[in-house]
Ligand binder design. Structure first.
Ligand code: SF4
Ligand code: SF4
Length: 55
């Protein structure tokens, strides 16, 4: 995932990941990409479009 500069670290995306792969840590988003199922739930949950899937 690519996290855009305007991410506010609100944690919405972390709250919706069915596999709990996202952690908000001191103004960083940490992804456990290895287990990601690319369901896009986190991308859709971000209210300000700050997440983008890496191609
Ligand atoms: S939901 Fe969007 S703004 Fe909030 S922490 Fe996730 S990427 Fe950042
Ligand atoms: S795409 Fe799905 S599995 Fe991967 S981090 Fe986002 S919500 Fe979690």
């Amino acid at each position: 995932m690519i996290v855009k500069d305007w991410c506010s670290f609100c944690g919405e995306c972390a709250g919706v990941c069915p596999r709990n792969l996202i952690v908000v840590k001191e103004y960083n988003l940490v992804f456990n990409d290895e287990d990601c199922r690319e369901c896009d739930t986190c991308v859709k949950a971000c209210p300000i479009d700050a997440l983008e899937k890496e191609e």
